[in-house]
Design a protein around this ligand. Structure first.
Ligand SMILES: [Cu+2]
Length: 168
């Protein structure tokens, strides 16, 4: 039993540190007082407008994201690998009926996240929006590696809900 708990803790520490390491790879949460540029992004079913954004290394950008589609969508900044890893997490939110076709059950999300942290789905690099809603992300692009903005709701990425964040 104790051995089991030990392995669980090792796994927990390892997975959270691996996660923050990959987050640092793509930049960091931006300071709202140091925004260099504001970019409006529109989300439709299933694509972004614009779907290519050019960024200067070190820039802090405020993305004002608006969901003009009829489905729930996500705006998530990461590498291709991060998005692929994130997709099973999103599938879990669908399986638990936290993400519905056009709604996010925020009360359920809060409740479930107390038991399983990954279901809380609050990361500084992503925002999930219901149809006809708006939100923002402030992100500092401190590393110039190729990034993607993507929606990891099952089927969306595959059908084209992905765009490029490229550096000058
Ligand atoms: Cu989507």
């Amino acid at each position: 039993m104790i051995k089991k708990i030990f392995y669980f803790l090792v796994l927990l520490v390892f997975s959270t540190s691996a996660f923050s390491a990959s987050m640092n790879m793509v930049g960091e949460k931006g300071d709202p007082n140091k925004v260099d540029r504001t970019i409006n992004v529109k989300m439709f079913d299933n694509y972004y407008e614009p779907n290519i954004i050019k960024i200067k290394k070190g820039e802090t950008i405020k993305f004002i994201v608006e969901n003009l589609g009829e489905l729930v969508h996500e705006y998530n900044i990461g590498t291709k690998e991060m998005h692929i890893k994130h997709q099973p997490e999103m599938q879990k939110l669908i399986d638990h009926e936290i993400i519905l076709v056009d709604k996010i059950d925020k009360i359920k999300m809060k409740k479930m996240s107390k038991m399983d942290h990954s279901l809380g789905h609050s990361h500084a690099n992503s925002i999930m929006l219901e149809p006809k809603s708006k939100g923002e992300i402030i992100w500092k692009f401190s590393k110039d590696i190729n990034l993607e903005m993507a929606c990891n709701i099952p089927g969306h990425y595959e059908s084209g809900m992905v765009g490029n964040l490229t550096f000058y």
